[in-house]
Design a binder for this molecule. Structure first.
Ligand code: PEP
Length: 249
């Protein structure tokens, strides 16, 4: 059956030294939890993060990848480079990149393909803004993000992908979707996938919730049937909180 996952997205936080310390603290504190732990630091930390964690059950991911394979793309980092640094995962389409870098579903579809072609598991983010939720458009918005971002994939490819539902209004705001709100939309996402790929494929895909998850609310959210873990921002920057969240299953 599908994996439970807790992934920590550090965003643009932690110097290299601070990052090494945080990874060591996580490794020293964690003991076999019931989930796959993924640490997602800035690009510059990836090699050393993989060296530190190579004999552990912790995986490392990147926060983004280029839509291009290689060449004259100053400042970009390719999926192949991320793989060569030892990573297994890459976030694609985080709402901060959608909003600040104008990343469209179509561009993200190319990035998802780059990830898969390089044997990385994409963690594809979707989620509505506050305005869209208030206009009761959240189902429609998420459906379009999933269809345009993922539905060119083969059955095998989508089975090797992870989806993160992250309502934009809950990211870094302290406002969490209720466990019932999370379940409602996770179930909807699984239904859309089942309609396209069949129920057995849909049952294999891990769907993570992201948006102000903390030790105090993780357990209630993760207990929902279609919530297979979390993508954690702020609370992944403190080993104690991050580990407490991994115990939320
Ligand atoms: C995120 O950035 O993916 C996120 C969920 O952030 P936070 O946990 O801080 O809301």
């Amino acid at each position: 059956m599908r994996k439970n996952i807790v992934a920590g997205n550090w965003k643009m936080n932690k110097s290299l030294e601070e990052g090494k310390t945080l990874i060591s603290e996580i490794m020293n504190t964690q003991n076999s939890s019931d989930c796959q732990i993924i640490i997602i630091p800035p690009f510059i930390h990836l090699s050393v993060a993989n060296e530190i964690t190579c004999n552990s059950n912790i995986a490392i991911g990147a926060q983004d990848c280029s839509a291009n394979q290689s060449g004259a793309y100053t400042g970009e980092v390719s999926a192949q480079m991320i793989k060569s640094a030892g990573c297994q995962y890459v976030i694609v389409g985080h709402s901060e990149r959608r909003a600040m870098h104008n990343e469209s579903n179509n561009l993200l579809n190319i990035k998802v393909n780059q990830a898969l072609e390089n044997k990385l598991t994409p963690i594809y983010c979707c989620g509505e803004t506050l305005e869209e939720r208030e206009a009761n458009r959240h189902f429609e918005v998420v459906k379009q993000q999933i269809q345009e971002g993922l539905f060119t994939l083969t059955e095998e490819q989508i089975k090797n992908s992870v989806i993160a539902y992250e309502p934009v209004w809950a990211i870094g705001t302290g406002k969490t979707a209720s466990a019932d709100q999370a379940q409602e939309i996770h179930n909807y996402i699984r239904t859309i996938i089942a309609d396209k790929y069949g129920n057995s494929v849909a049952q294999e895909i891990s769907i993570l919730y992201g948006g102000s998850v903390k030790p105090q609310n993780a357990q209630e959210i993760f207990a929902k049937e279609d919530v297979d873990g979390g993508l954690i921002g702020g609370a992944s920057l403190k080993a104690e909180d991050f580990i407490a969240i991994t115990k939320g299953f």
